[in-house]
Design a protein around this ligand. Sequence first.
Ligand code: HEC
Ligand code: HEC
Length: 362
Amino acid sequence: MERAYLSSWFVILIVLAVSFTACQKDEHFAGEPGVREAVPEPTPISLEIPVGFPSHIVASNNPLTLEGVELGRKLFHDPILSKNNQQSCASCHDQKIAFTDDARFSIGVEGKPGTRNSMALMNLAWRRNFFWDGRANSLEEQAFDPITDPLEMNTTWPEVEQKLNDHPEYPELFRLAFGVDEIDSNVVVKAIAQFERTLISGNSKFDKHLQGQNVFNDLEREGFELFVSEEGDCFHCHNGVFMSDNTFRNNGLQFPIEDEGLGAVTGRDRDKGKFIVPTLRNVEFTAPYMHDGRFETLREVVDFYSDNVNQNSPNVDPVMLKVNRPGGSLGLTDRQKDALVAFMKTLSDEEFLNDPRFSNPH
Ligand code: HEC
Ligand code: HEC
């Protein structure tokens, strides 16, 4: 019901936006020499917040508008942002698998792999640090990166700006969304960030459980109890509605440390080996796992936490030491491992993966 109501609201907004644009055109002096056609104000929108979610961070320098979000969606799916017009953001962030890709290391336009696993994109409007190592502090800042990264889209901003300014549709779309006559990198990243903030996943079996519905089967319930108890001890880091406390930790993956993660960003020894605690929403679809994509299945992840944590990894989180029993093992049984995997699959949100508002509009 609520969904249906919200989508009709969305349609009404579009209708309003279209008629508003039409009125504005009439009132001004289109075609008269020397008189610039005034740009109508873009239509403000707000995010649909799922039940139980806290309020999100508001990007006051980039308010959400219908025109901005739609433009961002188009850009996100458009290979025009890459050097050879072959790769879009969506090439490595595919909606069907929660906006990640299935490669261990994503392959860029030059056919060369990067050094980290692509990240699933959802519920980003609640986050302050982006990338595995947190090196970007806003979505706008983040979006500058892939376009010029030699191992990703490998182009230059002047090139992208030129292509967009010469395009038959983009100049008008940017004018309507941001009131600009000339497209530059700042408005490109703003539009993309607006679209990314609308990628919200909050309609899984787990959410229904949180709302008090009796949806878990025995194995899922057992997995949930393990997850939130000292026995499995996952909830110390993967907690709250986002299944992450958004901190940086070393979960004992690496020994020796090959990728310093946060440590390379801050330059501090005590941060070496720390990575952001990733959300586990839709984790069923986001394999392979970890910053280096070393695990192919959720079962391998659980085997790692149960039996193979590197307790001598520098800066390993104290939680990882405490949970491990003598002998360096959580000592989970097969049944317990199955239960944890079954629970993690209750975080899947099919509606998110199939939401037509996020799909490729081209
Ligand atoms: C070649 C594959 C590739 C392309 C193309 C690509 N990305 Fe990514 N993306 C990645 C990888 C890999 C990471 C993690 C990199 C890291 O942590 O160093 C990432 C991380 C991100 C993050 C951080 C998510 C988080 O939870 O912190 C965002 C947001 C993102 N990408 C958006 C985009 C946008 C927008 C574009 C297009 C402008 C894009 N990506 C293009 C592979 C790609
Ligand atoms: C000390 C904090 C901490 C605890 C406890 C913890 N995790 Fe993690 N988890 C992390 C961090 C940090 C990462 C990312 C590490 C990396 O990539 O280097 C991660 C990654 C993962 C991933 C991979 C997600 C992805 O997108 O690649 C899964 C799945 C996961 N954890 C499940 C669990 C389960 C199940 C438990 C309990 C048995 C658990 N975690 C306990 C911090 C923790």
